[in-house]
Structure formats: structure tokens, C-alpha cells
Write a protein that binds this ligand. Structure first.
Ligand code: GLN
Length: 280
């Protein structure tokens, strides 16, 4: 992961995202046109279903994700939802022979739906924290991350002290929000909550919020795409991302995810997916 973080910092122009055909390139059968629907139906490949037929059922798991969280899930130039989470889940589902349906609802809505028992799982760059482990079963970690502060490239804010009296944008229900809340009194700033990363970034670009706290790889990706932000401080706390289910609700799904993840790491698919979105 250090390698990836370093890459995000130093390779502003070499990060590559495939603007089209990314899903077919990965053999993905998902049809996820975010422009017309919130829900994409995805069926795992038949060959995988056959090989894993013993443990497979006809159940279609409903899995919710975020809306604008590049490079993990986001809409590409053609209006298709793409990203590391989506490709990884699809590859794992094919490998393990389970079917799923994706709902692009946003991070806090995904977590709320999970808690209400309305969906089976969340894959949304969701940090595995001790607090969350009380309520959710997480898969093995699949990506290392952490919280960071970003400001406009020409901003002179280069410390938390400099946030005094200013407004900081955070996304509802995230680890970044928890972190911002934990230091806001000490440094004397206000918090403004948003539903998604895109609107948060807009607020900073508009000059309304002086800074944003979000996940380091997500900010790094935007910076590499020329959003006009910088991260003056190093990453705060490191939590890895995991696939989540409600505690005790779908142990077989977590087990399949872990097995599939291990398979994808072993056969090179994991690296292929990561490298497609994040350059070394
Ligand atoms: N990793 C962060 C969290 O789990 C943010 C996730 C997101 O915004 N999709 O809180």
C-alpha cells in the first residue's frame, strides 16, 4: 500500500482510468447505467457458477455502494458505473458463483440500509474500524486507506491550526467525519456534512468550505486528475477497506468474499484491477 500511496503523491499525470470498456475488459457482465437506474442487475458467470455449484444458491444478494467515490465506484465518461470495488466484487462473485445486484445509494444510505436489514452487504471503500466491527462482519481487508485533509492548491492552510473559524466539509457517517469531529473543538473549526464526495469537493472549489476531510486514496485520485486540491499534511489514521455484512446475517457471503479475494490475489486479477485505476 505504501507503494500505492507514494504513487498517488508522485504520479499526478500517470494515473489511468479506463474511460470505456472497463467492465468488458474484466469480463464483467454488469450492466450498470447509473444515468438511468439506481440498480444494476448482475449475474455471475455461468462457468464460475458451475465450478462452485456445490455451495451456490439461487439467492441474489443485494449489495449497496457509494455514488461518487473514485477510484472505487464512480461514473465514467460514458455514464457507466466503474471502479475497483465494482470490478473486485464482480470477479469474486464469478469466482465463487454467487449472484448479486448492486444499489448505488451513497455511503450513509448504504450503511443505513444494511442496519435495517434491507440489503445483504456494503462494498463502498468502507473502513474496517473497531467500532464498526461490533455491528458488522467484515471481509478480509482489500485496500489500505486512511483520512486526509485537502485544500485548494493555492490555499495557505497547511495545518489544523489554520482551520480556526473555518468550515470543513465531511461526508455523513464516514471515518473522516468521526476524525473531523474528534479535533474540531481543539482547532476551532465548523463541520459541514455532505451526502457524497462530489458535492463536498464542489463546496471547497466554491470556497465555501476551507478544507475537506476524506479518504487519502480518493483525494489522491482526484488530485491526480487535476481537481486543483493539495494535501498539505500526511495521512491521519490508517484503516483498511472491507466488504461488510450485518453481524451474523450472511456468514456464507463473507466467507465467499474472502475466498474469492484470496483467489483474485493469487491469480493476478486483484493487481490487474488495482493497476487499471491506480498507476504504480
Ligand atoms: N472509508 C470511509 C468510511 O468507511 C469512507 C467511505 C465512503 O465514503 N464511501 O467511513
Amino acid at each position: 500500500m505504501k507503494r500505492i500511496i507514494a504513487a498517488l503523491l508522485t504520479t499526478a499525470i500517470t494515473v489511468s482510468i479506463t474511460a470505456c470498456g472497463s467492465q468488458s475488459a474484466a469480463g464483467n457482465t454488469a450492466s450498470s447505467d447509473a444515468g438511468t437506474s439506481d440498480t444494476a442487475s448482475v449475474s455471475a458467470g455461468t462457468s464460475a457458477s458451475e465450478t462452485a455449484a456445490a455451495g451456490a444458491s439461487d439467492k441474489v444478494y443485494t449489495i449497496a455502494t457509494d455514488t461518487t467515490f473514485a477510484p472505487f465506484e464512480f461514473e465514467d465518461d460514458n455514464g457507466n458505473m466503474v471502479g475497483i470495488d465494482l470490478e473486485l466484487l464482480d470477479a469474486i462473485a464469478k469466482d465463487q458463483g454467487f449472484k448479486y445486484e448492486l444499489e448505488y445509494v451513497g455511503f450513509s444510505a448504504a450503511v443505513t440500509a444494511l442496519e435495517a436489514g434491507e440489503i445483504d452487504g456494503v462494498i463502498a471503500g468502507m473502513s474496517i474500524t473497531d467500532e464498526r466491527k461490533q455491528k458488522y462482519d467484515f471481509s478480509d481487508p482489500y485496500f489500505d486507506s486512511g483520512v486526509a485533509m485537502a485544500v485548494l492548491s493555492d490555499s495557505d492552510i497547511n495545518s489544523y491550526d489554520a482551520l480556526k473559524g473555518k468550515t470543513v466539509a465531511v461526508k455523513m457517517g464516514t471515518e473522516s467525519e468521526t476524525f473531523a469531529n474528534s479535533i474540531k473543538d481543539k482547532y476551532g473549526f465548523e463541520i459541514k456534512e455532505f451526502e457524497d464526495s462530489a458535492t463536498m469537493y464542489q463546496d471547497v472549489l466554491a470556497g465555501t468550505s476551507a478544507a475537506v476531510f476524506d479518504d487519502y486514496p480518493v483525494l489522491g485520485y482526484q488530485i491526480s486528475k487535476g481537481i486543483g486540491f493539495k494535501m498539505p499534511l500526511s495521512m491521519e489514521q490508517g484503516s483498511s477497506y472491507g466488504f461488510a455484512t450485518l453481524k451474523g446475517a450472511n456468514p456464507e457471503l463473507v466467507e465467499m468474499f474472502d475466498k474469492g479475494l484470496a483467489d483474485m490475489k493469487a491469480n493476478g486479477t486483484y493487481d490487474k484491477i488495482i493497476n487499471k485505476y491506480i498507476s504504480k
